[in-house]
Write a protein that binds this ligand. Sequence first.
Ligand code: NAG
Ligand code: NAG
Ligand code: NAG
Ligand code: NAG
Ligand code: NAG
Ligand code: NAG
Length: 881
Amino acid sequence: PLRLDIKRKLTARSDRVKSVDLHPTEPWMLASLYNGSVCVWNHETQTLVKTFEVCDLPVRAAKFVARKNWVVTGADDMQIRVFNYNTLERVHMFEAHSDYIRCIAVHPTQPFILTSSDDMLIKLWDWDKKWSCSQVFEGHTHYVMQIVINPKDNNQFASASLDRTIKVWQLGSSSPNFTLEGHEKGVNCIDYYSGGDKPYLISGADDRLVKIWDYQNKTCVQTLEGHAQNVSCVSFHPELPIIITGSEDGTVRIWHSSTYRLESTLNYGMERVWCVASLRGSNNVALGYDEGSIIVKLGREEPAMSMDANGKIIWAKHSEVQQANLKAMGDAEIKDGERLPLAVKDMGSCEIYPQTIQHNPNGRFVVVCGDGEYIIYTAMALRNKSFGSAQEFVWAHDSSEYAIRESNSVVKIFKNFKEKKSFKPDFGAEGIYGGFLLGVRSVNGLAFYDWENTELIRRIEIQPKHIFWSDSGELVCIATEESFFILKYLSEKVAAAQETHEGVTEDGIEDAFEVLGEIQEIVKTGLWVGDCFIYTSSVNRLNYYVGGEIVTIAHLDRTMYLLGYIPKDNRLYLGDKELNIVSYSLLVSVLEYQTAVMRRDFSMADKVLPTIPKEQRTRVAHFLEKQGFKQQALAVSTDPEHRFELALQLGELKIAYQLAVEAESEQKWKQLAELAISKCQFGLAQECLHHAQDYGGLLLLATASGNANMVNKLAEGAEKDGKNNVAFMSYFLQGKLDSCLELLIKTGRLPEAAFLARTYLPSQVSRVVKLWRENLSKVNQKAAESLADPTEYENLFPGLKEAFVAEEYVKQSLDDLRPAREYPLVTPNEERNLLEEAKGFEPSGVMAPQTLLDLEDDLDNLDLEDIDTTDINLDEEILDE
Ligand SMILES: *[C@@H]1O[C@H](CO)[C@@H](O)[C@H](O)[C@H]1NC(C)=O
Ligand SMILES: *[C@@H]1O[C@H](CO)[C@@H](O)[C@H](O)[C@H]1NC(C)=O
Ligand SMILES: *[C@@H]1O[C@H](CO)[C@@H](O)[C@H](O)[C@H]1NC(C)=O
Ligand SMILES: *[C@@H]1O[C@H](CO)[C@@H](O)[C@H](O)[C@H]1NC(C)=O
Ligand SMILES: *[C@@H]1O[C@H](CO)[C@@H](O)[C@H](O)[C@H]1NC(C)=O
Ligand SMILES: *[C@@H]1O[C@H](CO)[C@@H](O)[C@H](O)[C@H]1NC(C)=O
């Protein structure tokens, strides 16, 4: 049988529907009702979008005139009304007949409509001539129920009448050309066959019969019996090889238009069927019932097309097989997603209505399936090689082998066009899948069989929609209604198990597959390139999966079907149901590289790498990083940011250092400093902190390492850069109290300077107080005057003289800087009494320049300003001491 998918797209309950029509471009269905209303439904949104209250009597006819934005109605009040469907305004109205109006036909090109009526007349109206009646067609002797214009000759039309006849008319001639007689009761409906090959008309009548007529030799070529009541509507589908008939018995029947076999009977329980409408270029069919209207979508979504490895595409346009060759395009520039300008060659017509076309793996043959039949043709000349009946056909991985599903229980395997084996899978066969293993679906799940001996390899509890094997047979994608799984096929384990019979259960070999991943996406079409699985998804994405990662190649604007990948072009090819071919760029080198990485074959990866263009390297590097190969990612990436990140993660100080130098970014220096510190590379850390202008960090580093020299440099540098807090702290830590004091004065911190002097440098108090006073007097004379200079009021500052001595005494010991390791030997300040210690001290006036000679010489290269970055020895442990 014809494998037709029938999907209900809209159910609109309403009063009795007497006519339906489909808009050619909008997603609209027009329904005229017995109660006098006319409705427009949007079948995409399932909503009623417009209503016209026409009159109180039945409206038996309504049609769109899309080129005028009109709806034209004919009702039992004998009036034709014209509405603008955008404004809902009535544009025109006139009395057309002297009885009920039964039908309206719109001329496809001229400004004409034809109307038929119970007054037994057909009239032609010209809207460009103010809706004048240009012609009356007289001849029927009873109600004229329907009229249709011949799609192959717009000057001819046919009419069906309750006088039991069909008449064919010519515009311009008021009497009929001829009459077809054969029905035993009134004829309700009529339609033309629109294909070029047959001069056929179809009619349905109250005798419950449907008749097919050859209007050239004027004979009835077929009578379709089956309806149990008056036949009310008939349609030759303009696209699909089917006839649709509706009857007062409540059913819609679908018949094969060449074999006249009844394919399907639809009963939606909406009582009597009154009308049907189908549309060229669409698979939607509208049906009108007593209780409302329905839209069903018929046929297969996917176009019948296939491409071989060399870019030859074969497709079926209805029954005609055509070929297009990508190679023939020459060097025309191709843009992603743009329709390819292909020259199409007719290859002849096929004896069956093709629903699928599939090349075999080596491309020498194509199999065409449809109507429960298959024919294998040579791909070059479309010569038939073999044929037979089958519910389904699949190619094996080996080009000479294929399998057919003969019924729900029998599967047959052929080799070199000869039947090799017929077998009945346990649990039956509801679907078969080709490729490396033969897949058979049953209610119990999926079973994989060995092509060679039909031994069960593994049963899996899954209901697959599609199965895609990689060329190597190592990987397989099983796609279901909700998600897809990537499995690895472990052929060695299978071979071992077959040998030893260990690990073999009634469900096959337990270790045959390993699940690598499940992705919650619905795969529509897919193919493998190496270890990369490329697919289109239900949300129109073109993606590929590799090593657990999904990469999006493109967002498609409509449903597209993958045809194949041509490595030479670095392009993926896809087709849509209008048989347009588009392509997207996808570099084979990138896919090869990723495949090599997935196989841990880094020598292969290294070989491929030079062929990957520079601008793709970073993408590849991100892939490597995600797979955990950071070292390789660092080697491959060309993006400095990415490389720096990787270098940090890998602790690659030299590379990170180089990148930081190039980037001149404070942030990078800070990050690198942290890493350097954690790796005890203090020399480097110091340089980084310096570049990052991180004085706080430098201070921490200098003091923590007990490096007086560095503290000193830091103090000077910080003061120069105005980092006063750090400068103060650095001076203070070195005991350079004079510098501390000068810093406070310089920065206008006079009160603080005064107190610093009072505590540590009594000899300076007088000077500072003077400055403080001067300054304060500018704002508050009185307050300034109340500041006392200790030298002027010795009585108020007892022990001042002793303090001067102690200051000199301490200065000596301060200059005597001692290495950090002596810290435990030093008496803490709070435990000392300087006045006591300084008793009897004679200031010499000459300071012994005893400095940090004890400190290691290495520390000398910790120069703040001009460190020589080129020969930093990163392995040197500067602070061993
Ligand atoms: C006719 O029926 C439709 C749907 O059943 C309803 O929306 C409409 O109002 C009715 N019209 C009249 C004139 O009763
Ligand atoms: C129908 O009749 C008209 C005029 O009588 C004639 O010109 C025309 O060729 C005829 N067409 C057919 C299909 O017989
Ligand atoms: C169905 O056919 C019979 C017999 O011709 C006729 O009497 C009856 O009116 C028809 N039904 C309708 C609804 O037209
Ligand atoms: C009329 O043509 C059809 C083919 O369309 C053919 O099957 C039939 O036998 C012909 N009838 C006569 C009477 O020539
Ligand atoms: C196959 O081809 C032969 C002759 O070339 C033809 O007679 C036959 O009808 C064809 N069969 C099918 C099923 O295409
Ligand atoms: C005077 O004191 C103010 C704060 O009181 C300070 O901002 C200013 O810098 C000082 N001037 C001098 C010359 O020290």
